[in-house]
Design a protein around this ligand. Structure first.
Ligand code: HEC
Ligand code: HEC
Length: 369
């Protein structure tokens, strides 16, 4: 397989000055300028190797799943489901998040439970029983059996196929996934979307949490999103949740009937029901919304905030009924849509001519690994 250049995002020269304005209403410490997402410099051979691994079902225990089974390029690396599928015999209790700009995050997963680096996120995605349930030693052996990998690892400067090398390649691919071409960045905004941006920063108060180029403060908050009953009515989902809650040290995990969110990070009551502020990039590709996929459309999201969010004792004090007019709701939705750019279903990111059948080795007696 060729080591294609991972094209870095096209940045627009013409960023409207208004978009660079610092949000006046957020606390100074949080204030970050809006504007295009900065591409991360990646090593192209390593990212190309990571891309092949990302699309390879041999990275899951029973070879039924690849990262891309749940993170699909035409949906900005989500899967369109309210709750994700999971490894054979389990079903996930969370919505698959977009991987757009994921290299810029400060903490990962909806509960923010991994606050270290993408290496840990990648390891967890491969080995966790309900993700891909893979034993890294077996993975290494499988990779070593494929001449395409042997060449790609060598070309990427990683020697023989190894677990560490595979993880660093996948991370490199993840870091290459950068948003580009959104009307918000190119300055090609409708009057309605412009009005929506003003509401977003002003009357609607959205920028208090959705700030910076990715429109997130990388912090958990409680907005009172309702539970998704499917987690408790479907035994496969419930058992997956129980596995997770037990591992995270949640007391009474057999009887918990709600997703505790960021509580698992610090075991403090005030974190219960708080979820990481998601990025608002690429929303037109990533419905349904929220950590549990319970809100189907952007219109419904705006309606949710207009009511002051959901019901929760811990709800963030900044949420309150907004009293938006019909036109203002349309403006906000148009603004949110203007944050979506080019599809990731292009050669840099999609599987292309991906082929897991190794080529026939003509002269196998003289083949050296
Ligand atoms: C079975 C579906 C599934 C598979 C397979 C899968 N993921 Fe995910 N991914 C998810 C879900 C669901 C979450 C959110 C989990 C949570 O919040 O607890 C997630 C979260 C992530 C995140 C964190 C995103 C963020 O913004 O916090 C990254 C990065 C990621 N996955 C990368 C990968 C990689 C790399 C692979 C392959 C090695 C992979 N995933 C395989 C469903 C999947
Ligand atoms: C107090 C902080 C806060 C404020 C203010 C806020 N949000 Fe959010 N937003 C969040 C959090 C946290 C989530 C994730 C909740 C969850 O997953 O349960 C979220 C989720 C969303 C989502 C879903 C994204 C996805 O990929 O699932 C959209 C869209 C959104 N917010 C838009 C807005 C808009 C528009 C406003 C203003 C009307 C706003 N937010 C105000 C914190 C906030």
């Amino acid at each position: 397989m060729s080591t294609k250049t991972i094209r870095r995002s096209r940045l627009s020269a013409a960023v409207a000055p208004a978009m660079l304005a610092v949000v006046a209403m957020v606390q100074p410490a949080l204030a970050e300028e809006f504007g295009p997402v900065k591409p991360i410099e990646v090593k192209k051979e390593l990212a190309a190797l990571g891309k092949r691994l990302f699309y390879d079902t041999r990275l899951s225990g029973d070879t039924s799943l690849a990262c891309a089974s749940c993170h699909q390029p035409d949906k900005a690396f989500t899967d369109g489901l309210p709750l994700s599928a999971a490894y054979t015999g389990s079903a996930h209790f969370r919505n698959t998040p977009t991987l757009a700009n994921v290299g810029h995050r400060a903490a990962w997963f909806h509960d923010g439970r991994l606050g270290t680096n993408l290496n840990d996120v990648t390891r967890e995605s491969i080995t966790e029983t309900y993700f891909m349930n893979m034993d890294m030693r077996i993975m290494q052996e499988r990779l070593k059996q494929d001449p395409v990998y042997i060449k790609m690892f060598a070309d990427a400067g990683k020697g023989e196929p190894s677990n560490g090398g595979a993880r660093s390649a996948i991370q490199e691919f993840l870091k290459s996934i950068t948003s580009s071409g959104a009307p918000f960045d190119t300055g090609d905004l409708s009057a309605s979307a412009k009005a929506g941006f003003e509401l977003f920063k002003g009357k609607a108060g959205c920028a208090a949490c959705h700030t910076g180029p990715r429109f997130t403060d990388d912090t958990p908050h409680n907005t009172g999103v309702a539970e998704n009953p499917a987690i408790w009515s479907d035994p496969d989902r419930h058992v997956t949740f129980v596995t997770y809650a037990k591992f995270m040290g949640v007391e009474n995990y057999m009887n918990v009937r709600r997703d505790l969110g960021a509580f698992v990070r610090d075991h403090k009551q005030e974190s219960s029901g708080a979820f990481m502020t998601p990025s608002l990039r690429e929303l037109t590709y990533t419905a349904p919304y929220m950590h549990n996929g319970t809100i189907a459309s952007l219109e419904a999201v705006v309606e949710f905030y207009n009511r002051g969010g959901g019901n929760s004792a811990n709800k963030d004090k900044r949420l309150h009924p907004l009293d938006l007019t019909g036109e203002e709701k349309v403006n906000l939705v148009d603004f949110l849509k203007s944050l979506s750019g080019n599809s990731f279903d292009v050669p840099d990111y999609n599987p292309g001519e991906f082929d897991t059948e190794p080529p026939v080795i003509a002269d196998w007696r003289n083949q050296k690994n």
